[in-house]
Design a protein around this ligand. Structure first.
Ligand SMILES: [Zn+2]
Length: 241
């Protein structure tokens, strides 16, 4: 049986002598693993389709519960991301989060759109770190790990000047509710997260925030995701640059 699906290539690994295994994130099928035969040969026509960031209409044949790549017409390559370290890493983190955190064969069109929108923003003039923070906050919300910036996650108080991220309860808490597993969040980092959280996508391009605050905000999100979901290697690498 042949199927057609719009998908974004997340990652590829060598498989057998000339083949690759490619993980796609598809609108209709969610995260799927596809066998791409012969793509390691220099003359292979579908080489581009297994490159991370390729967005295309993929044609797959489904046999014995395995997907085999048979065709692809590219919609967008996002290839330009590779020319800029910040854009490349931000995009790589987005792909890795989907590859690691989404459950196989569980479609989620909202997450697909989030990824597509994120990659499209990365090729624009918008600050890549701002784009990545927005993507992560939206992804967390979509996955049931939404961060609430306006009230203490334990006592619901809204009246406090210091805020802490509590790894035990996976939420922001007030000074009265903090535990040994809470870390204090510097006010400029908190305002950075809050601002990006409420800003609509089309306005993100005008956001001007110090790189240091953006890095600290990403570092906080890295800790949070690492504690509540899974460690994302590329995010750690990006922060160490
Ligand atoms: Zn509280």
């Amino acid at each position: 049986m042949d199927i057609k699906t719009n998908a974004i290539a997340l990652r590829s690994a060598d498989y057998k002598e000339n083949d690759k295994l490619t993980w796609l994130y598809s609108v209709e099928y969610g995260k799927i693993c596809v066998i791409a035969k012969g793509v390691k040969k220099a003359t292979a026509k579908l080489k581009f389709a297994v490159e991370p960031f390729c967005f295309g209409e993929y044609i797959l044949s489904l046999a014995y519960d395995k997907y085999v790549l048979t065709g692809c017409s590219q919609v967008e390559s996002f290839y330009d991301l590779r020319a800029d370290t910040d854009k490349f890493y931000s995009g790589a983190v987005m792909l890795d989060m989907i590859a690691q955190l989404e459950i196989e064969k569980q479609p989620n069109p909202a997450v697909f759109l989030l990824l597509l929108k994120g990659l499209q923003l990365l090729v624009s003039e918008t600050n890549p770190k701002v784009t990545l923070i927005k993507f992560i906050l939206n992804y967390l919300e979509n996955s049931g790990y939404k961060l609430n910036f306006d009230e203490c996650g334990v006592c619901r108080s809204v009246n406090f000047d210091r805020m802490y991220l509590d790894y035990n309860s996976s939420c922001f808490v007030c000074p009265a509710c903090r535990t040994a597993d809470s870390v204090e969040i510097a006010p400029p980092v908190m305002s950075t997260l809050k601002m990006i959280n409420v800003m609509p996508y089309e306005k993100l391009g005008v956001v001007k925030i110090k790189d240091d605050y953006l890095k600290k905000a990403l570092s906080l999100l890295n800790e949070y995701i690492g504690q509540s979901m899974a460690k994302i290697k590329s995010l750690k690498q990006y922060l160490e640059l």
